[in-house]
Design a protein. Structure first.
Length: 154
């Protein structure tokens, strides 16, 4: 799933390097082709689904997955896009020094936190904020922005 080349939804830069730091704009889980908010496990590649199963997600039980999948899928997509953008700029997730996470419902935080553990070996400095809504619509439950330290370019 190579999505970091998708254009932002508005007129802003997805990422900007300033000196040794890379600043990533808030990222949401939207399908670039359709503009739809991603909410179902079948939107993820098989490797992602296998990793999520290690955390008890993507159970195959409709009565469970229908409630968990929106935040779990959005968490995976957003964190994967952050990983891709950081790598596109010459770093890796170990270089991420700060995340700001915006939720429309803080009850989604525990699921996001478990998915985040799949991406970050060490804890990241973070801020968690509840907001009343996000673009592009009601289905967006999570937005994450990141600050990354990158080694100086030679």
């Amino acid at each position: 799933m190579r999505t970091s080349t998708a254009a932002p939804m508005a007129r802003y830069a997805a990422a900007r390097r300033v000196g040794d730091h890379l600043y990533l704009s808030g990222i949401v889980a939207v399908d670039a082709a359709s503009g739809g908010v991603l909410q179902r496990y079948d939107a993820l590649p098989s490797a992602a689904r296998e990793a999520l199963r290690t955390k008890g997600y993507d159970t195959g039980q409709l009565s469970v997955d229908v409630f968990e999948s929106p935040i779990v899928v959005q968490s995976w997509v957003v964190l994967e896009r952050i990983r891709q953008l950081v790598e596109d700029h010459g770093g890796d997730l170990a270089n991420v020094c700060r995340l700001v996470q915006y939720f429309t419902d803080l009850r989604d935080y525990p699921a996001y936190n478990r998915v985040r553990d799949l991406f970050f070996a060490e804890p990241v400095v973070s801020t968690v904020v509840q907001v009343s809504g996000m673009l592009p619509g009601e289905g967006v439950r999570l937005e994450v922005e990141a600050t990354v330290w990158l080694p100086p370019t030679r």
